[in-house]
Design a protein around this ligand. Sequence first.
Ligand SMILES: [Zn+2]
Length: 402
Amino acid sequence: MIRKVFRAGFAAGVIGLGALSLTQAAELRAIQLSSGAQGAQLTLELSAGATHKLFTLEHPDRVVLDLAHTHLAGGVRAPAPSGVVSELRFGSQPGGTLRVVVQLTSALAARSGWAAAGEGGQLLLTLGAAPAAAVDAAPRAVRAVHAPGEGDRNVVIAVDAGHGGQDPGAIGHGGTREKDVTLAIARALAQRINAEPGMRAVLTRDRDEFLELHDRIARAHAARADMFVSVHADSISDRSITGASVYVLSVHGASSEAARWLAERENASDLSAGARPDDQDALEPVLIDAAQSEIIGVSASAAERVVSALEGVGELRKAQVQRAGFVVLKSRTIPSMLIETAYISNPTEERRLKSTREQARLADAIAGGVRSYFMQNPPDGTRFKQERRTLASAGGAATATP
Ligand SMILES: [Zn+2]
């Protein structure tokens, strides 16, 4: 239930109050962060109980904790960001309130509570699925004031900018790095999706950071995404080759030798960036069972919509959805596609990829393709589903009228 607030696209939602003693001023003496791929926990050591208020903000996704009548003890510094936490800062607000701002890589449910009853002590702020090491607490219930009704949640799209950090991806002849254009296109795509009523985007990364492939999937799962869209730019030795292609996970091998090579190159991202080979599954064969085949089927029909939409804005390298063993498409529950938006190895397309206008055109097309899929196939509980039902009954009434 809580997560609905975070999916609903409100600019801000006030979600709870934890009232304790108002009479004494408190001091924040230490702050610890334990963060993983799916969630995080902050532990705040306070000298006394403090009234606190928790709320969320979007663009970027942030969780804000206000501690009334609290000041910061000397020498306390914000922990370095890690995992789902991309930034952590605090500052004094008027009236003696200490504000802690936790910036997240994607929207996560948040709750706060005291580690133990009594005055002061440890205040725990849990974001998403807390890491296993997190302290076992009895969190105070956090209730959404403006929770949307059943059945009108947004369709959530995880937008994944390929590569990042020490993994630049492919590099164009003019020096353009794939990781930079994928981030720009992903941001533009997220913006288009967020402008669409009934849809909401979460970015797996919103800065130049290295993410292992399975962390990208984990972030999509943490955001309860309905679809995962990974944005890339292709490269090949023949500079004359151009055009976009869209891939889904293959059931039986790659659709072409070129597709197989491409998947191997994209899968090598983890290795090229120095990830421990035992900590990734890039080299394992993709194992397919019935459930996964079904997800691939859904992925393919959504990918077809995106192929048609891309056809409208430029050249397609392949007019059909391609298939290969991409590790980043291996979610067993979230339909996933990978889009090679253009060839960064072609000088004209390299320039296009860098142009804000072309990035916007690509983003428009991809968002349009994804939207058209969900209009046709709305997941249960979504606003799209509700609208479809309304349309259907309106249509029925119209035909019944003589
Ligand atoms: Zn790539």
